[in-house]
Write a protein of this length. Structure first.
Lengths: 116, 114
């Protein structure tokens, strides 16, 4: 039972264009969402996050949108750069809902390739 | 400052042998987490430490897996009688106690069981 789903295993975009990575979740207890970026042979690094009380969070070229009613979030990267090529993981936490608020539940990741 | 470090970076072992994986968290981070990433899968939660105690071991796949943490710092994940399905990248993360949503990951140990 996958609670966080990234249905696109890969995405290829041209440099300068927008990259949109999608993530869906099923657990209504999730109230905090994160995106991690992972290069080969390295651990995931935190990129951006959003609380369920917001619907948008922006940090430079990266924006995360949250649609709670659809249980869907997306990460927009604009403009995309070749250095953005990596695996992007969506993760969720039940931060204020009680229970296992320390546990991150991850999707399987999307490999983004930005072509020069 | 120094990030989370893990050793070894790669480990190849024969089926049935025991292995120990080590994690050095960021100094001052009282919370420590172990995750596993099997081929083509997302990161799977294994165990969580708060200080030296492990209030949640629910993610450990079997009783062949155990972990300990001493001095509120270094943690060791031990897999006994390794099986081929244990082959994966084992990732350790740490965080400040009440900031579990900001987990910092190490580079991982790639375990291959032949």
């Amino acid at each position: 039972d996958q609670q966080v789903k990234q249905n696109s295993p890969s995405l290829s975009v041209q440099e300068g264009r927008i990259s949109i990575l999608n993530c869906d979740y099923t657990n209504s207890m999730f109230d905090y969402f994160l995106w991690y970026k992972k290069y080969p042979a390295e651990g995931p690094t935190f990129l951006i996050s959003i609380s369920s009380i917001k619907d948008k969070n922006e940090d430079g070229r990266f924006t995360v949108f949250l649609n709670k009613s659809a249980k869907h979030l997306s990460l927009h990267i604009v403009p995309s750069q070749p250095g953005d090529s990596a695996v992007y993981f969506c993760a969720a936490s039940a931060l204020r809902s009680g229970g296992s608020n320390y546990k991150l539940t991850f999707g399987k990741g999307t490999l983004l390739t930005v072509n020069p | 400052g120094a990030g989370v470090s893990q050793s070894p970076s790669n480990k190849v072992t024969e089926k049935g042998k025991d292995v120990e994986l080590r994690c050095d968290p960021i100094s001052g981070h009282t919370a420590l987490y172990w995750y596993r990433q099997s081929l083509g899968q997302g990161l799977e939660f294994l165990i969580y430490f708060q200080g030296n105690s492990a209030p949640d071991k629910s993610g450990l796949p079997s009783d062949r897996f155990s972990a300990e943490r001493t001095g509120g710092s270094v943690s060791t994940l031990t897999i006994q009688r390794t099986q081929q399905e244990d082959s994966a990248v084992y990732l350790c993360a740490s965080s400040l106690m009440f900031r579990s949503y900001e987990q910092y990951f190490g580079p991982g140990t790639r375990l291959t069981v032949t």
